[in-house]
Design a protein around this ligand. Sequence first.
Ligand SMILES: Cc1cc2nc3c(=O)[nH]c(=O)nc-3n(C[C@H](O)[C@H](O)[C@H](O)COP(=O)(O)OP(=O)(O)OC[C@H]3O[C@@H](n4cnc5c(N)ncnc54)[C@H](O)[C@@H]3O)c2cc1C
Length: 320
Amino acid sequence: MAKILVYTELHGTQVKGVTLEILGRLTGHTVEVAAIGKIPSEASADLAKFGASKVHSLNGAGLDKYSPEGYANALHSFISGGSFDYVFAGATSLGKDLLPRVATKFDAGMASEVTNFIMEGDKFAGTRPLFAGKCFAKVEITGPKPHFVTVRPNALGMNANPTASAAATSETAVDAGVMRAIIKEIVKGASEKLDLTEANIIVSGGRAMKDAANFKILDELANVIGATVGASRAAVDSGFAPHAMQVGQTGKTVAPTLYIACGISGAIQHLAGMRTSKIIVAINSDPDAPIFTKADYGIVGDLFQVVPLLTQEFKNLLNK
Ligand SMILES: Cc1cc2nc3c(=O)[nH]c(=O)nc-3n(C[C@H](O)[C@H](O)[C@H](O)COP(=O)(O)OP(=O)(O)OC[C@H]3O[C@@H](n4cnc5c(N)ncnc54)[C@H](O)[C@@H]3O)c2cc1C
């Protein structure tokens, strides 16, 4: 049985979904969770449900905003006192920046962006895509512990731990150490929408959108039904949408309750990023488009006619 720390990011009163995915895979081990900042009681309850035995809120001067050096110093000092075998985190923008910095401080091995893993006793064995998903590597970590692992969001799926009960909570003071670079301001992107990996509803556009300006019709539908807008790689490569919106093997892996694919053919690399969506709706003018073989509901038609009609129908239904 291994002693494991899962580093989590806070998202209002909740923790990022990937933390719960990781916890669900660690049944049978001693698992603690830490975040920089105060973990709200609602989040602690969720973490306990997924198997966390202890939840640590780490606080210290200079840690109110993300600082690569400050967070790495603080986490290094906390982990040093904990005799952990493994430290896990989500392969989010922050996780991908932070965990390698902490691993370096321990001169320890790290497996980045794994999409699957098992613990054989206290030994980690993971899988990670290489060369833009063309092949998969089996990863093991050797050398001094703790070993570090980041896990791609929405790759594992959710598994609550049925034996879990309440988690002990602790507030720990940590030292941000010397920070040679200070982040003075973090400017959020224009969209107030949830990040794709956290979104419950996604409306995505493909090459058939023809132009960046045409994404407006997807934005309008998304605003009415509370969705986040995504894109295929063809749409991104054509300059219609930024890479942050790309769903698929070389973009984001998503698992929303509802995924609406507009003018997307359903290439294997796109499906790789969204096939675990609960309900898939496809709008495509070609009745033989491969996406229809994966869709729960299909609409054969021109998206420039169908999407505005859907928006209007949802407005009527939802009284918006
Ligand atoms: C290594 C590698 C990694 C890749 N990673 C990704 C990835 O992460 N994500 C990804 O998406 N792709 C990825 N791709 C690319 C992928 O193979 C496809 O090329 C891409 O997904 C196609 O995008 P699309 O469906 O928007 O475009 P197309 O395949 O061109 O499909 C457009 C669809 O729109 C339909 N259409 C046209 N006009 C209309 C209209 N007016 N109304 C309704 N429907 C219409 C057409 O019938 C067609 O089915 C990757 C490829 C490789 C080789």
